[in-house]
Design a protein around this ligand. Structure first.
Ligand SMILES: Cc1ncc(COP(=O)(O)O)c(C=O)c1O
Length: 399
């Protein structure tokens, strides 16, 4: 038997760990470590600003993902966070201070709306909410202390489209930082940085991860702003674990093929719903009749995988329909390979006031679909059978 140099307790910690002589791995290794060894204290000083010092500052696995996302967005740089909300809150805290003012669209993810409306005021930072597509209103809301223009496109859940050229021009004219939540689009369908938007945010939990199995937040954009946000990320500790970063990288490898398939499936589903007598309204950027279809076609390469629609009936009808679907799983979130369904008033927009929701067109009858990569005919057949539970229009208030 081979004689060991060390005691078993020591071997349990160190044995077999030297991989230096092995051939390079094809998959990026996970640097599942919180800290990094240095040879001496001079080296310690040299590595402090790098991703080989302490994982709250940076980690080589995360760096690979950040570089890849910056490439996909055609941005200067990118950063990862533990969740989408973590990316939003950390970035905004990095960019504004007490006494500053923000102009934000009304149609934004409910959690972001809550942060602007209920948390930032505690720090003396006020937000004015404006109609998403009324740029005159945006301009009128700008004050001398306004620092940030916060956008989301396509919006959650009614898929309104922001005119990126107009929004970027407005921000530049008034020297505001522009930031957009581009989660619904992904860089496969839209690259806001190329239109002059300073910062692009994603809930990487959604399309980037793509399999409903991780939490992730992403910010990509201008180098000087990313540096500021990086410093705040380190202070607030808003970092992604390397194992999650590795899973995210694996998801990103199939992002383009998944999104292209989801674009095709979602358009088919939207077209099917639009001709159904029990459907009052369908929201999909590339569907005939969408109010910003021309802008969407101009600035997006695909309409995305998100479709929302109102049933011709009551809130009860919407609930019954969503519970009757078999292939669409009743669950919040979106962007994965599996199709999901949810009712925004009960999920993504439950935390905002009924008055705000009404202004956004988020009704009790509104159903949101995250269309996956399954066969479109099967998805449509599932919707067809589920729509039979909706009462006919003359009984619309029975449920
Ligand atoms: C458009 C959008 N932005 C941001 C978020 C927040 O992301 P996370 O849940 O990863 O914190 C979500 C989550 O649903 C979202 O849909």
């Amino acid at each position: 038997m081979k004689k060991s140099k060390h005691h078993q307790e020591t071997e349990a910690v160190h044995a077999g760990a030297d991989l230096k002589k092995k051939h390079g791995p094809v998959a990026t290794p996970i640097y599942q470590t919180s800290t990094f060894e240095v040879t001496d204290n001079d080296e310690q000083l040299r590595v402090t600003p790098t991703d080989m010092f302490y994982t709250r500052y940076g980690n080589p696995t995360n760096t690979v993902v950040e570089l890849r996302i910056a490439e996909l967005e055609r941005a200067d740089a990118a950063l990862l966070f533990a969740s989408g909300m973590n990316a939003i809150t950390t970035s905004i805290l990095a960019l504004v201070k007490s006494g500053d003012h923000i102009v934000a669209q009304r149609d934004i993810y409910g959690g972001a709306g809550k942060f602007f409306g209920q948390w930032l005021p505690k720090l003396g930072i006020e937000t004015t909410f404006v109609d998403t597509t009324e740029y005159e209103q945006h301009a009128q809301a700008i004050r001398p202390n306004t620092k940030l223009l916060y956008l989301e496109s396509p919006t959650n859940p009614t898929v309104r489209i922001v005119d990126l050229v107009k929004a970027a021009a407005l921000a530049k004219k008034h020297k505001l930082i522009s930031m957009i939540d581009s989660t619904f689009a992904t860089p496969i369908n839209q690259r806001p940085f190329e239109f002059g938007i300073d910062l692009v945010m994603h809930s990487g939990t959604k399309y980037f991860g793509g399999h409903s199995d991780l939490m992730a937040g992403i910010i990509a954009g201008r180098k000087d702003l990313i540096e500021k946000i990086h410093e705040t990320r380190t202070t607030l500790g808003a970092v992604m674990d390397p194992h999650a970063a590795w899973l995210l990288l694996r998801g990103i490898k199939t992002l383009a093929v998944r999104v292209q398939r989801q674009n095709d499936n979602a358009l088919r589903v939207a077209q099917y719903l639009a001709q159904h007598s029990k459907v009052r309204r369908v929201h999909y950027p590339f569907l005939e009749g969408h109010p910003q279809r021309a802008v969407a076609m101009e600035q997006m390469r695909g309409g995305g995988g998100m479709v929302s629609f109102e049933v011709e009936g009551s809130g009860g009808d919407a609930r019954r329909l969503t519970e009757s679907l078999r292939l669409f799983t009743l669950a919040p979130s979106l962007g994965g390979v599996d199709s999901l369904v949810s009712i925004p008033v009960l999920t993504s927009h439950a935390m905002i006031s009924a008055e705000q929701r009404q202004k956004m067109g988020v009704t009790e009858q509104l159903i949101r679909l995250s269309v996956g990569i399954e066969n479109a005919d099967d998805l449509i057949a599932d919707l067809e059978q589920a729509l039979t539970v909706v009462n006919s229009p003359q009984h619309a208030h029975a449920g």
